[in-house]
Design a protein around this ligand. Structure first.
Ligand SMILES: C[S@@+](CC[C@H](N)C(=O)[O-])C[C@H]1O[C@@H](n2cnc3c(N)ncnc32)[C@H](O)[C@@H]1O
Length: 329
C-alpha cells in the first residue's frame, strides 16, 4: 500500500496495468488497443469504474472486449469513452459474467515441433483448454515458410509461424489417439453466444486471426473434443487416469498458469504434471515458472512466452503463436 492510501494505490496499480498492456502487449500488434489502453491509464473516471470490480476483473483485455462486444469497435479513445460511459452497468455485468478465455489455436504452431518429436501416437490433455481449440493440432495446417503442412480438410485453418533455423520442423502432423481438456469454465464451441464472445476477444485489427479462429471453431464443432469442468490444481490426476496406456501422455497448457496466483500452487501443479505425463509442455509468460526461465540462459525477449518441455527451456514463442525461436540444438 502506498502512503497515499489504498484507493490511490489501487488507481495507480490499475493505471500501471493498462500502461504495461499498451506498451508491452498491444504495441506493434494492435494500434487501436494501444491507444485505448493509454487513454484508460490516465482517465480517472474510467479508473474509478474499474475500482468497482474485483482486481482480477480489471484486466485490459476484458474491458476492451466487453465494450466491443456490447457496442461495436470504437474508432478512437474518445469514442471508446463515450460508448463505455453510456453503458457502464451493462459493461460491468458482462465483465463480471465472462472472463478472458481467449482461445488461440495458432499456438498449436509452436507446440507442433515438440509434439511431433515424441513417440507416437499421443494422448493429449490440455489444462485450461477453453473451447479446446489447441487440442486439435493434428487437424490444422501450418505454414512455417520453409516447411508447409497441409490441413486435414480444406476448410481447416492454416497457421503461419516464423520459425528460427534451429527449430526442428516436422514434415507431418502428430498422431493423436485420444484427447481431453480441463477448464474451470466450459466454453461450448457450438453455442453462438460463447462463439461471439471468443470472437470479441480477438484484437480489432487482427482480421486474419479472426478468420482462422472461426475456421478452428468449425473444426471444433465437428470434432467436439471432450472438455471436463474442473480445476487443474485438483482434477488432473483423475483425467490422466483415463488416458490410454498405449499412447504417450502429453499434459500441456498455454496462457493458463498465470491465472493461478500462488507460485506454490503452480509448482505443485508442475510436479503433478511431470509425475503423471510422459511429457509436460508449458507455454507461458516466463514469470510463471521463474526457475525454468532462469535456466534459459538469457533475459527473456520482451513480450515472449517461454515454451518448456519437462521443465527444460525449449523455445521463446510469440504469445499468439506467430513465431518460435528454438533455444539451442
Ligand atoms: C487465456 S485462456 C487460454 C486458453 C487456451 N489454453 C489457449 O491457449 O488458447 C485461459 C483458460 O484457463 C482457464 N483456467 C484458469 N485457471 C484455471 C484452473 N485453475 N483450472 C482450469 N482451468 C483454468 C480459464 O478458464 C481459461 O479458459
Amino acid at each position: 500500500m502506498s502512503d497515499r492510501g489504498p484507493d490511490a494505490a489501487a488507481f495507480a496499480d490499475t493505471a500501471r496495468q493498462y500502461r504495461h498492456f499498451a506498451e508491452r502487449e498491444a504495441r506493434g500488434r494492435s494500434p487501436l488497443y494501444e491507444a485505448l489502453a493509454t487513454v484508460v491509464a490516465s482517465d480517472l473516471e474510467v479508473l474509478a469504474f474499474l475500482q468497482t470490480l474485483p482486481p482480477a476483473k480489471r484486466q485490459p483485455n476484458l474491458l476492451l472486449a466487453a465494450v466491443r462486444h456490447l457496442f461495436g469497435t470504437p474508432t478512437d479513445g474518445q469514442d471508446f469513452r463515450r460508448r463505455l460511459m453510456s453503458g457502464l452497468a451493462a459493461v460491468k455485468r458482462l465483465m463480471m459474467e465472462r472472463s478472458t478465455q481467449t482461445n488461440e489455436p495458432a499456438r498449436c504452431a509452436t507446440l507442433l515441433p515438440v509434439l511431433a518429436r515424441l513417440p507416437q501416437p499421443l494422448a493429449l490433455i490440455e489444462v485450461g483448454a477453453s473451447a479446446g481449440l489447441c487440442l486439435l493440432p493434428d487437424l490444422y495446417g501450418y505454414d512455417y515458410g520453409r516447411v508447409r503442412i497441409a490441413a486435414e480438410g480444406t476448410a481447416a485453418p492454416v497457421f503461419p509461424c516464423i520459425a528460427n533455423a534451429a527449430t526442428p520442423l516436422p514434415a507431418t502432423p502428430p498422431q493423436v489417439a485420444w484427447r481431453a481438456g480441463l477448464d474451470l469454465h466450459l466454453v461450448d464451441a457450438i453455442d453462438p453466444q460463447k462463439r461471439t464472445w471468443l470472437e470479441s476477444l480477438v484484437w480489432p485489427e487482427q482480421t486474419d486471426r479472426l478468420t482462422r479462429l472461426r475456421a478452428a471453431l468449425d473444426v471444433a464443432c465437428a470434432m467436439a473434443p471432450r472438455i471436463m469442468a474442473g480445476d487443474l490444481r485438483t482434477d488432473l490426476a483423475a483425467l490422466a487416469a483415463e488416458a490410454p496406456q498405449r499412447a504417450t501422455l502429453v499434459i500441456f497448457h498455454t496462457a493458463v498458469l498465470s491465472y493461478v496466483v500462488s507460485q506454490q500452487e503452480r509448482d505443485a501443479f508442475a510436479e503433478t504434471a511431470r509425475r503423471l505425463a510422459g511429457c509436460w509442455i508449458s507455454n507461458e509468460a516466463p514469470a510463471v515458472f521463474p526457475d525454468i526461465a532462469a535456466r534459459a540462459g538469457r533475459t527473456a525477449p520482451t513480450g515472449r512466452f517461454l515454451l518448456s518441455v519437462d521443465g527444460l527451456p525449449t523455445a521463446w514463442t510469440d504469445p499468439h503463436g506467430a513465431a518460435i525461436d528454438w533455444i539451442g540444438a
